[in-house]
Design a protein around this ligand. Structure first.
Ligand code: SF4
Ligand code: FES
Length: 242
């Protein structure tokens, strides 16, 4: 017989004017290898079909299941109930994003806005011929670019960020990581001056207070602070030229 755990979950539907935020508690028996994703699905199947939360892949790939677990943002599908010594686990939605219902938040529109803000596409004046193989780049540069491309846009770095609490328009480590990715990619012809125009302000690279919440919590272990520090050094030179 596994231990009995209680999931204390914040419930609220902002679309319903009569609803008020509250915690509901659900008890269930822990089974070996039980993730929070499995626990939430069991609750929805057996106890409360109205509980809202998001998931797609169950494998840490789609980035849909971010939530705040005992005060720290995490992916529900990659977090084991066994990680917690306490028998009561408190789960809340990621407050950095618009609440849809209960644990479900709208990261998609936020990520879309961030992508537009950093112009997240290759900028080049070269003619592109899609019938030809893409222009080759050095393997070590390709590796470095692909490393940053592993971001799954889960929003956990944003939910863990102290600057984002103070500055609603801060683009977060995910946005700065995206800039670093295009800066490394030789297909993109943008200069440091171009990047300065995009993110050279307190809602961008100069807003980060290096609190490390992003890198400490990123489920893909991206080198976020190293890249932010590199970008800041590069763009501060632009600032001093102005
Ligand atoms: S940088 Fe990490 S924490 Fe942030 S959105 Fe990408 S995968 Fe998630
Ligand atoms: S369900 Fe896809 S990352 Fe968790």
């Amino acid at each position: 017989m596994g231990r009995e755990v209680t999931l204390k979950i914040l419930r609220y539907n902002p679309q319903d004017p009569s609803d008020k935020p509250r915690f509901d508690e659900y008890k269930l028996e822990e089974t070996p290898g039980m993730s929070l994703f499995i626990a939430l699905n069991l609750i929805r199947e057996n106890q409360d079909a109205t509980l809202a939360f998001d998931f797609v892949c169950r494998a840490g790939i789609c980035g849909s299941c971010g939530m705040v677990v005992n005060g720290k943002p995490a992916l529900a599908c990659r977090t084991l109930v066994n990680n917690f010594e306490e028998d009561v686990i408190t789960i809340m939605p990621m407050a950095a994003f618009k609440l849809i219902k209960d644990l479900s938040v709208d990261t998609g529109n936020w990520m879309n806005g961030m992508s537009k803000r950093v112009e997240s596409w290759v900028h080049t004046n070269k003619e592109t011929d899609i019938s030809k193989i893409e222009e080759k780049i050095e393997p070590d540069v390709a590796d470095e670019t692909f490393e940053l491309d592993r971001c799954i846009e889960c929003g956990i770095c944003v939910a863990a960020c102290g600057t984002k609490i103070m500055r609603d328009d801060f683009i977060g480590a995910v946005g700065l990581n995206r800039v670093a990715r295009f800066d490394i990619d030789p297909h993109d012809e943008r200069t440091a001056e171009d990047y300065y125009e995009l993110v050279g302000d307190d809602d961008g690279i100069f807003g980060c207070m290096t609190l490390l919440g992003c890198e400490d919590n990123c489920p893909k272990h991206l080198p976020l602070q190293t890249k932010i520090a590199y970008l800041r050094r590069k763009l501060v030179e632009q600032k001093s030229d102005k």
